[in-house]
Design a protein around this ligand. Structure first.
Ligand code: ZN
Length: 244
């Protein structure tokens, strides 16, 4: 029996749109429809102004991700793992749908963090966003860290905030240390994550892009698949590792 290829996957908003979560800059994107919302998720504004924090929590609560279910695209990546081919699953999404679908938390690298957890800006203590939202409902407009009283925020990377260097480094290593890099539902326009494609190419890794729209890396990809992700990704997984 031939060993399965070692596949690193990079996912962006496009894999979650079929779950009802709009992408950020597409036609129905969050920032496209409401540019003012972007200011709520900029770290300097957030830290400086309790009212920005209150409105930011409310905007988080309105995120359709809370009620969203994983789709066939997420499930295809669980299957890829089950067939022994998943090296790492790097995601730009904060919705936790890969883990909800059944991907092993150990293999998921959330380069932009996640919205399910909250973190204290001062002491780093972790709690649940749901807890902060419940306190907001109870009348606390600026729920503070229960350990130290510091400012709480979702465990997401906001605009103006650096990515976690350890997570980023692990993503870069995974891009080079694999046979195939599959980039799914990402426009590959946001650095430094997009540079995973450069690292992969230099390491001789086969690059496959699955996305609705063109990306800057299409010209160097071994293959570009334009179809609906919920159909294209299960088909690609079957092709990379045929079902036994
Ligand atoms: Zn704290």
């Amino acid at each position: 029996m031939v060993a399965p290829p070692r596949v690193t996957v990079l996912t962006g908003a496009g894999i979650s749109t079929a779950s009802g979560i709009p992408d950020f800059r597409g036609p129905n994107g969050l920032w496209t429809r409401d540019p003012a919302a972007e200011a709520l998720f900029t770290i300097d504004n957030y830290l400086a102004d309790p009212d920005v924090r209150r409105r930011s929590w409310l905007a988080r609560r309105a995120n359709p991700a809370w009620g969203a279910e994983p789709n066939a695209g997420h499930r295809a990546l669980v299957e890829l793992e089950r067939r022994g081919a998943l090296r790492a699953l790097v995601t730009q999404n904060i919705d936790r749908l890969h883990q909800s679908a059944g991907s092993s938390p150990d293999l998921v690298l959330e380069v932009h963090g996640n919205m399910v957890e909250a973190v204290c800006w001062s002491c780093g203590a972790r709690s649940l966003t749901a807890d902060a939202l419940a306190r907001l409902d109870a009348g606390d407009d600026d729920p503070a860290c229960r350990s130290c009283g510091g400012i709480l925020k979702t465990a997401t990377v906001m605009f103006g905030q650096a990515l976690d260097p350890a997570v980023l480094e692990a993503a870069f290593v995974a891009a080079e240390d694999c046979d195939v890099l599959v980039a799914v539902g990402t426009t590959l326009q946001v650095q430094p994550v997009a540079s995973m494609c450069d690292l992969a190419r230099r390491a001789g890794v086969e690059l496959i892009i699955v996305n609705r729209d063109p990306t800057p890396y299409d010209v160097v990809a071994r293959r570009v698949i334009r179809g609906d992700i919920t159909e294209a990704l299960p088909a690609l997984v079957d092709e990379l590792v045929p079902p036994s």
